[in-house]
Ligand binder design. Sequence first.
Ligand code: SF4
Length: 459
Amino acid sequence: MKEKPLRLHKYIEEVRRINLGSRKTYQIRTFGCQMNENDSEKIAGVLEEMGYLAASDNEIPDFILFNTCCVRENAEQKVFGHLGVLKKQKEKKESLIIALCGCMMQQAGTLDKIKKSYRHADIVYGTNKSHLLPQYLYTLLTTGQKQYFAEPVDQEIIEGQPVKRESSIKAYVPIMYGCNNFCSYCVVPLVRGRERSRKKDDIINEINSLVAEGTKEVTLLGQNVNSYDSDGDFTELLYLIDRQCDIKRIRFMTSHPKDISSRLIQAIHDIDKVCNHLHLPLQSGSTKVLSEMNRKYDKDRYLAIISEAKQMVPEIGLSTDIIVGFPGETDDDFEDTLDVLEKCEFDFAYTFLYSKRRGTPAASRKDQITKEVKGERFEKLLEKQNSITLKKNLSFVGSTVKVLVEGASKTDKEILTGRDEANKIINFKGSPDLIGEIVNVKITSAKTWHLEGETNENI
Ligand code: SF4
């Protein structure tokens, strides 16, 4: 694990010197997961150190970066679509610098496609290389040479990068990077490398700095947080953060059912700061499909974990990820997924249509499911989950929940919005002074996507 090398400070200073005296602006478009959102916050931090300002909506910036995702096909198509549009912007403003980074750039064939069809891109680099952006930018600005890199994933963890946070109330804190699981549909291990964990002290220091700046909630991030391993495991890390950090709330994602332990569920129960919420991707309710996905748990094991969680933490909020239409999925397999949905009664489910990802075993299977069948199953799944979500939300009416107030509603300044421990969105009338506070809200009505309530009490 290395601190930011000195020579990178040199490039930051050099670009800042080049920008001195002129107003330079940037825009970042982020695709994909929370890990990418956190990477983009670091990129924004480094750009601002180099003298760039966030661009307003009605100007063509001097620097545009797409932080890309290749986990799903539509995110990838969107990037190429937006990149095509940028060609016109570059014709209007020749000095515009276009950069692309992230998972998609790490995939075999992407760089060749950019070289062939999108030559207006100036800088291209993959995951875990954003600390080198000042060097790429300096070289481009001083030599005019395009900076295209598609190197193997760097396993290093670079600490001490500047971060421009999107929120002053909540923050993402990565605790580990990469994944060793090789689920048969997923490209993450190919584009983000093997698992490596941050040192406990670096995590604690980051959280304590956030607390000093007024942050109330941290979400600990990792492709599989249960695999955290640095002089202790994930559960020990939670207890350590509880002891050493004065943070109000701790969330974490994502957990893998094959690695989740009773100790972790006990920690959710024991540690007041850890929110009563568990996001546990199911992916499929069929034991046969789970085995073909290489998930290393079966339907019964998944149900047993959820039952244990509900028993130990009765008020726990549950959410999940589900893929519909994995190759070879039969009607019976799909019925198993619906069955798990009914038995678990998730508060929320992120549902996805299976899409082929280059380089994964599932992509080369001959028994792909047709678009029509996938679409029908998807609708059925959504309908069932939405009715479960609404039913669960309605059961909250009349109860009081603790809400971290995140801001005012975009459409009505008198309405505040925030989340309870289970991660449900709660809207209620209140003074802007409550933003950033945790308040008691009595739930008065429920919709599928949010709850409404009223408050007169500050906790
Ligand atoms: S656990 Fe599976 S789905 Fe999650 S990132 Fe790793 S390989 Fe992908």
